[in-house]
Design a protein around this ligand. Structure first.
Ligand code: XMP
Length: 511
């Protein structure tokens, strides 16, 4: 395995992810992990991440000196390079020209010393993001690549220090824009450190099962299931570890898509989960009666969800959450009061007074890795590839006052839209698609009769993380077919519009 010591870079997880792509298990530990702890983990290599501080700051965060004499190969990236330079007596200075973004490196090719790290790597583009740079090379090191702005853009221990196997890069090989970054990491981990690639979704599952068993012991564990990918994979993984000690609750808030509760229950049952379906639709819908304000709706739904969930608890000590890595970075990197755009339903989590300890087996993974784990666990493809669905459900898609009748109109229309997307092979091409029922009536004509009915908006977006999004350019003939079917088949809709706004300035949902 490889140990990544984290100096606070926004890319630290990406390093871990790239190593997993190479089939190598990685763990991230804090920058100041002691040499003893490192030895206990017995890693084949250590990577020092980037970080936002400067090695000469008064409170500079530096690694333990002892890590450099463990005899384990070390690769320092960006801040990691500067920490290496400082430790071995080089000099780091703040650069007049900061270097952000793309830069071209020239690999030093010298007949006597070909750098193993740069084997098979041509002069090529890399991704830089630094203010400080090394201005004097530490003794016993040699330069292996330069860029226009930093002569000492990569260096490594050599000569009498060669056996230390210490390598340093000013740029970020873990970022996609570093064209040969993955090759470089592979050179370091596999060729130099000699690590055997044997990590896979399967071994991840085995590790997690062990961890979850240790953590939970004999205690019971609860999990709120939403029907989405993350909570499903998390729950199945935990149930593989502790079986019937896990109790799942699926809350039907009356705001789900057509037949959703049955669908979810029927795909969960064969997965061996113990699930309670909490039908609280009356409670939710009564509380939401004639509430039109989007924020009020969200608050009522959030509060009611907690109440219903609590009613189904039975002295469990642990709560399973399908938190993914992007949720983690977002919640730690966003500091200070930022304006509430929407009160997201599951972000605050459950109240502290519940005193539940968390089990978050997916917290190191990205979405596609979660899907791979889900596949390995035997979860069906159409569940793993579902679009995201917001916690407040259709409440934020029936604009204005909510009534059962309006919810049903939306359900029927949305079912047609999604069915058509799937049968045209477009469902997987967009990030998310759904329908919105507008609080607007429009005049139409049907069979020589005047109609005065609802307007429905169709939305489909392309995105990678939901933070920004572009409206999807669905084919006109496809939109024509969907519009035609909805107006003909769904009572109460006589006009369909397609939403062509991007986020920002719009958001993905309408409320
Ligand atoms: P917006 O509308 O904020 O949506 O651009 C971004 C993504 O988040 C989903 N969304 C939610 N997801 N709880 C959730 O779990 C919520 O309260 C919530 N509100 C919006 C939305 O569907 C989109 O994928």
């Amino acid at each position: 395995s490889v140990l990544v010591l984290d100096f606070g870079s926004q890319y630290t997880q990406l390093i871990a992810r790239r190593t997993r792509e190479l089939g190598i298990y990685s763990e991230i530990l804090p920058y100041n992990t002691t040499p003893e702890t490192i030895r206990e983990h017995n890693p084949g290599a250590i990577i020092l991440s980037g970080g936002p501080t400067s090695v000469y700051d008064e409170n500079a965060i530096l690694p333990h000196d002892g890590i450099f004499s463990l005899g384990i190969p070390i690769l320092g990236i960006c801040y990691g390079l500067q920490a290496i330079a400082k430790h071995f007596g080089g000099k780091v200075a703040s650069s007049l020209k900061q270097e952000f973004g793309r830069a071209k490196i020239l690999v030093k090719r010298d007949d006597n010393h070909e750098s193993m790290l740069f084997r098979n790597i041509p002069d090529s583009d890399v991704w830089m993001s630094h203010g400080d740079k090394v201005v004097r090379l530490p003794e016993g090191f040699r330069i292996t690549a330069s860029s226009e702005n930093s002569e000492m853009c990569a260096f490594e221990s050599s000569g009498s220090k060669g056996a230390l196997k210490i390598y340093a890069l000013q740029f970020h090989p873990e970022v996609q824009h570093s064209l040969y970054g993955k090759q470089l990491l592979s050179n370091f981990l596999i060729d130099i450190a000699g690590i055997k690639p044997d990590w896979s979704s399967k071994s991840f599952i085995e590790h997690q099962i062990e961890d979850i068993r240790q953590k939970a012991g004999k205690e019971t564990v609860i999990c709120g299931i939403s029907g989405g990918v993350d909570s499903t994979v998390a729950a199945v993984l935990v149930s593989r570890a502790i079986g019937k000690q896990l109790h799942c609750v699926f809350v039907d808030n009356g705001l789900l898509r057509k037949n959703e509760a049955e669908k979810v229950m029927s795909f969960l049952k064969p997965l061996g989960l113990r699930v309670t379906l909490a039908d609280a639709s009356d409670l939710f819908l009564n509380r939401l009666k004639s509430v039109a304000s989007p924020e009020k709706k969200r608050k009522i739904i959030g509060r009611t969800f907690i109440q219903v969930f609590e009613e189904h608890m039975n002295q469990e000590k642990f709560l399973v959450q399908g938190t993914l890595y992007p949720d983690v970075i977002e919640s730690v990197s966003v500091k200070g009061p930022s304006e509430t755009i929407k009160s997201h339903h599951n972000v605050g989590g459950l109240p502290k007074r519940m005193k539940l300890k968390l089990i978050e087996p997916l917290r190191e993974l990205f979405k596609d890795e979660v899907r791979a784990v889900g596949r390995e666990l035997g979860i069906a493809e159409d569940i793993l590839m579902r679009h995201p669905f917001p916690g407040p459900g259709l409440a934020v898609r029936v604009l204005g006052s909510l009534t059962r009748e309006r919810l049903d109109i939306l359900r029927e229309a949305d079912e047609i839209y999604i069915e058509e997307l799937k049968s045209s092979g477009l469902y997987q091409q967009v990030w998310q698609a759904f329908s919105v029922l507008l609080p607007v009536q429009s005049v139409g004509v049907m069979g020589d009769k005047r109609t005065y009915e609802n307007v429905l908006a169709l939305r489909a977006v392309e995105s990678t993380d939901g933070m920004t999004a572009d409206w999807a350019q669905l084919p006109h003939d496809f939109l024509a077919r969907v519009s035609n079917r909805i107006i003909n088949e769904v009572r109460g809709i006589n006009r369909v519009a397609y939403d062509i706004s991007s986020k920002p300035p719009a958001t993905i949902e309408w409320e």
